[in-house]
Design a protein around this ligand. Structure first.
Ligand code: NAD
Length: 499
C-alpha cells in the first residue's frame, strides 16, 4: 500500500482504462502508463488506440447522428440528459478531483472548484438546449416568409490538452450535445482518465450509444487521424498554436471541416498608479500562478505605470514568496506540480533565457524540491524589454515579465504588441482609463479590477493567433450549428415564363 497523502491513499497499482465506442468499453491495446507529476508513481494506464479505432468511433458517431437518435429529440429531452449528467458529476466529485490531481498535479482544492464549474457548464448547456432556436423574418412582404433554422453541424472531433483535462472537456461537451451533434473525443495522452469517467457518467445519464465516443493515444497518431478524417464535420481543438496550424492544414487537405480553435496566449495585465495596489498585486500573483501558469489565459505580461512600478513589484514579490507550492493533496497547497517533464524543461529553459538576455529575477527563478515531483517557484522578471524571448513567447509556466509605461496609449500599445489575443486585465479606479483599455486591447476575454472571473454563461475564445470561434454561453452552442435560410412563398406566383 502506498503512503496516504493528506487522507488520500495513492494507488497501489495504476488504474487501467479501456476506450469507449458506441456505448461500450473496448480494450486490448498497448497501454500508456502515466506517472503522477507530484509523486512520481504510476497512476493510470490508458489504451494506445489505432487509426482503425478512430474510424470505428467516427462511424459510430456518424450513425448516431444520421439516425437522429439524439438530434431528433426535443431540446427539453436533451436538457434532461445534461441535467442528470450534471448530477452524476456532482456525485463523483471526489473521484474526478482525485484523478485530476494524480494525472495533472493541480491542487485538490482547485480541482474541486473546477468540477463545480463543470457542473455549471452542464446546467447552462441544458438551458441552452431548450432555448436554442433560429430566427423568423416576418418582414419580407405578405407573399414571403423567411426563417433561419439552427441545425447541428454533425459529427464533431474534440481534441483537448492536459492543463485542464476535465474543465476544458466540460466547457465543450455539454454545449456540443445541446446543439444535437455527436462526437469523438481525443484527450491528451497525459490526462485521459476523467474524459473516460465522463463516458460512464453520460451513459448513466441516458445519453444514447454512439453520441459520445472516446479514443485515447498520442496526438501525432490518434489526434492527427481525427483532424484528417473525411467524415468529421467539425473539429474543436484546444492546445498549442503550432498544432492548431496543423489542424487548419489537415482541414484544407481533407474535407474542409469547420474548425474551432482555442490556442495560446501572452496575456497582458495592466496596472495603473491609481489602482488599489494591494488588490492588484494579489490579482497579478494569482493570474500568473494559478494552475502553475499552465493556463491559456494566464496573465504573463505585467504592464505597470512607471511611477509606482518599483513599489508595485516589491509588493508583488512579497506576495509571490508566500504562495504555498507543494503536494497537491495538501488542502492548503495553492500551486502544484508541473504536469509534464517536457513542460518542466521548457519553463526552466525560458527562465535561463530570461536571465541570459539580461532580465532581472525579482523573486523565484528556480525549481523547488517538494517530494518526488516537479515544482517551480512562481517567478517575477523585471527589466524585461519587448524584444526579449520571455516577452514574446508563451512560457506556459509560473513566469511573469514586468514592463513599465508612462501613458495610457503606451500601455495599450504594449498590451497589443503580441501575435496573441486571448485574455487581458486592467486595474484602475479611473473608469475612463479602464473602459478605454477594455475597448482598445484586442482580446477575447477581459477583466476589470479582477482576473479569471466568470462562468459558463459568457463565451470564451481568442482574437488574432489565439484562435477561431467561441466556446460556452449561447454562442458556444451556436458554434456547433449551421444556419439554414428558408423562404416560404405564401402568395400567388408571378410566373417567369409567360403562358
Ligand atoms: P498540444 O497542442 O501539444 O496538445 C493538445 C492536444 O492535441 C493533445 O490532446 C495532443 O495529444 C493533441 N495533439 C498533439 N499533436 C497533434 C497533432 N499533430 N494532431 C492532432 N492532435 C495533436 O498542447 P498541450 O501541450 O497539450 O497544451 C499546451 C498548449 O495548449 C499551450 O500552448 C496552451 O496555450 C494551449 N492551451 C490553450 C487553451 C485555450 O483555451 N486557448 C487551453 C489550454 C491549452
Amino acid at each position: 500500500m502506498h503512503e496516504t497523502r493528506h487522507g488520500v491513499a495513492l494507488p497501489e497499482t495504476p488504474r487501467e482504462f479501456g476506450f469507449f465506442i458506441n456505448g461500450g468499453w473496448r480494450g486490448d491495446r498497448d497501454l500508456f502508463e502515466r506517472n503522477s507529476p507530484s509523486h512520481d508513481i504510476p497512476v493510470t494506464r490508458t489504451s494506445r488506440c489505432t487509426p482503425e479505432d478512430v474510424n470505428d468511433a467516427v462511424a459510430a458517431a456518424r450513425e448516431a447522428f444520421e439516425d437522429r437518435r439524439w438530434s431528433g429529440l426535443a431540446g427539453g429531452a436533451r436538457a434532461a440528459v445534461l441535467l442528470r449528467a450534471a448530477e452524476g458529476i456532482r456525485q463523483r466529485r471526489e473521484e474526478i478531483a482525485t484523478w485530476e490531481v494524480l494525472e495533472n498535479g493541480k491542487p485538490i482544492s482547485q480541482a474541486r472548484g473546477e468540477i463545480d464549474h463543470c457542473v455549471a457548464c452542464f446546467e447552462t448547456a441544458a438551458g441552452a438546449a431548450r432555448l436554442l432556436h433560429g430566427e423568423s423574418f416576418n418582414n419580407l412582404g405578405d407573399s414571403l416568409f423567411g426563417m433561419v433554422l439552427r441545425e447541428p453541424v454533425g459529427v464533431v472531433g474534440l481534441i483537448t490538452p492536459w492543463n485542464f483535462p476535465f474543465l476544458i472537456l466540460c466547457e465543450r461537451v455539454p454545449f456540443i450535445l445541446a446543439s444535437g451533434c455527436t462526437l469523438v473525443v481525443k484527450p491528451s495522452e497525459m490526462t485521459s482518465a476523467t474524459t473516460l469517467i465522463l463516458a460512464d457518467i453520460l451513459a448513466g445519464a441516458g445519453l444514447p450509444a454512439g453520441v459520445y465516443n472516446v479514443v485515447t493515444g498520442t496526438g501525432s497518431s490518434i489526434g492527427r487521424a481525427l483532424t484528417e478524417h473525411p467524415d468529421v464535420d467539425m473539429l474543436s481543438f484546444t492546445g498549442s498554436t503550432a498544432v492548431g496550424r496543423s489542424c487548419v492544414r489537415a482541414s484544407a487537405d481533407s474535407n474542409l471541416k469547420k474548425l474551432g480553435l482555442e490556442l495560446g496566449g501572452k496575456n497582458p495585465i495592466i496596472v495603473f498608479a491609481d489602482a488599489n495596489l494591494e488588490d492588484a498585486a494579489d490579482g497579478v500573483a494569482f493570474g500568473i500562478s494559478f494552475n502553475t501558469g499552465q493556463c491559456c489565459v494566464s496573465s504573463s505580461r505585467l504592464i505597470v505605470e512607471r511611477s509606482v512600478a518599483e513599489k508595485f513589484e516589491n509588493l508583488l514579490a512579497e506576495k509571490m514568496k508566500k504562495i504555498r507550492v507543494g503536494d497537491p493533496f495538501d488542502p492548503q497547497t495553492q500551486v502544484g506540480a508541473i504536469t509534464t517533464a517536457a513542460q518542466n524543461d521548457t519553463i526552466l529553459n525560458y527562465i535561463a533565457k530570461g536571465k541570459a538576455e539580461g532580465a532581472r529575477v525579482v523573486v523565484g527563478g528556480n525549481a523547488l524540491q517538494c517530494g518526488g515531483g516537479r515544482f517551480i517557484a512562481p517567478t517575477l522578471f523585471s527589466g524585461v524589454t519587448p524584444s526579449m524571448t520571455i516577452a514574446r513567447e508563451e512560457i506556459f509556466g509560473p513566469v511573469l515579465s514586468s514592463f513599465h509605461f508612462d501613458t495610457l496609449d503606451e500601455a495599450i500599445a504594449m498590451a497589443n504588441d503580441t501575435v496573441y489575443g486571448l485574455a487581458a486585465s486592467v486595474w484602475s479606479r479611473n473608469i475612463n482609463h479602464a473602459l478605454d483599455v477594455t475597448r482598445r486591447v484586442r482580446a477575447g476575454r477581459f477583466w476589470v479590477n479582477t482576473i479569471m472571473a466568470g462562468g459558463p454563461e459568457t463565451p470564451t475564445g481568442g482574437f488574432k493567433q489565439s484562435g477561431w470561434g467561441r466556446e460556452t454561453g449561447l454562442l458556444g452552442v451556436e458554434e456547433y450549428t449551421q444556419a439554414k435560410s428558408v423562404h416560404i412563398d405564401t402568395g400567388e406566383r408571378s410566373h417567369w415564363i409567360s403562358s
